[in-house]
Write a protein that binds this ligand. Structure first.
Ligand SMILES: *Cc1c(COP(=O)(O)O)cnc(C)c1O
Length: 383
């Protein structure tokens, strides 16, 4: 099949309806949605039996390896609504030196830094912007710590949709410039991402902007789930024993199967705190601070879904210090030649800590998610 085959083929979606993640109430597909009536995230449901008959391992293998090969399991109905910047399947990269050091059976990074706009936010935003276009949305608002805003700016530019982005004033400079380069309206806020979220909600309510905040619309997580599908396919449909996921809003963690390990920074660890207390919901983390901007999320609307995924998969939640994060980044860059972003480095540091604490086993096959390109972050000066 030719390189753009997935963008040209007419393929059915097997989406059946949407469902409230708290009450199970049903909502129609193919309509504009925010949160459910009870103020909780909506999840998209599919006729999986029918999809399974159409989407075989063989039919998948014959398609170009990108996000849109999963069309049957994505909500976008018409191919002309697809907004794509080339969401190629990301590679698995082994860390042989670190694997030896940690003494695990396999230590593999899924390197999401190779996606458009240099982070895995592209997956969710590509699908959500495509759905927004299909549903006639003309302007989108988003709170961000940087990468989601950069992705939205790019995809919105391509779709001819206006983008308004609220971000903390100390958002990494490169992200701000990316958003500007794509023509987005950017507002720097003296506050954290949940303060930005409140302003986005206000813009949605008062001025008709469509709110694309994490889990406040149902389609970003659908794009994000292709990460798990892709990983399963790449590993020959044999899942690893443990997945370390740097957790902010948690969209990549919900709905996974192996032991899911939520990794946070010690300076912003509301999910780890709730996990340790055995609570269903997390408390807002005050004075959140970490070098890993992508996981500086003091409060996540899907906290109960993250905690449920961790619990039901037999995983755990763990926090690491900024020094461990930067140490792990420098070590992997030197020992294995792979430059991780701080959030990705947090998963490596967490894996090392979990190993020391006996939370993972010697024969475990471990996957770490590197969610963005290491080049998007400040690097130490040349000594
Ligand atoms: C957004 C982001 C995260 C957190 O992802 P969630 O799915 O919101 O938990 C982690 N790392 C990076 C680089 C990010 O941009």
């Amino acid at each position: 099949m030719r390189w753009d085959g997935n963008l040209r083929a007419e393929r059915p979606t097997f989406v059946s309806h949407l469902e409230c993640s708290a009450t199970g109430a049903r909502y129609p597909a193919d309509a504009r949605h925010g949160l459910s009536d009870s103020g909780k995230p909506l999840l998209v449901r599919y006729d999986l039996d029918a999809a399974g008959q159409k989407l075989t391992r063989e039919s998948l293998a014959a398609r170009p390896a990108d996000l849109w090969r999963w069309r049957e399991l994505l909500p976008v109905r018409r191919r002309e609504d697809i907004i794509s910047l080339g969401e190629a399947a990301t590679p698995l990269v082994r860390l042989p030196a670190m694997q030896r050091e940690l003494g695990v059976a396999a230590l593999i990074v899924k390197d999401e830094g190779r996606l458009p706009s240099g982070s895995f936010k592209a997956r969710g935003i590509a699908v959500a912007v495509s759905m927004a276009k299909a549903l006639g949305v003309r302007k989108i608002v988003l709170p961000t710590n940087g990468n989601a805003g950069a992705a939205l700016a790019a995809y919105a530019a391509r779709a001819g949709i206006e983008a308004l982005i609220f971000c903390p004033a100390d958002t990494p400079e490169i992200n701000l410039r990316e958003m500007g380069a794509h023509g987005a309206l950017v507002e720097r806020i003296d506050g954290l991402i949940d303060d930005c979220g409140a302003l986005a909600a206000e813009a949605a309510r008062d001025a008709g902007w469509f709110d694309m905040s994490t889990l406040k619309e149902p389609y970003r997580i659908e794009g994000k789930k292709t990460m798990g599908l892709e990983l399963a396919e790449q590993l020959g449909w044999r899942l690893p024993d443990a997945i370390f996921y740097p957790t902010g809003g948690g969209t990549g963690l919900i709905g996974e199967r192996p032991r899911m390990i939520a990794v946070q920074a010690e300076g912003c660890a509301p999910i780890v705190d709730a996990w340790e207390r055995g609570d269903e919901h997390a408390r807002r983390w005050e004075d959140a601070s970490t070098v890993a901007a992508g996981i500086r999320v003091p409060r996540a609307i899907g906290d109960f879904l993250i905690l449920r995924a961790v619990r039901e998969s037999g995983g755990f939640a763990i926090a690491v210090a900024d020094e461990e994060i930067l140490g792990a980044r420098d070590h992997a860059a030197k020992a294995d030649g792979l430059l991780l972003c701080p959030e990705g480095a947090a998963t490596l540091a967490a894996c090392a800590r979990a190993q020391r604490q006996g939370l993972i086993r010697r024969n475990d096959r471990v996957v770490l998610f590197n969610c963005a390109s290491g080049l998007k972050y400040p690097l130490p000066e040349l000594a």
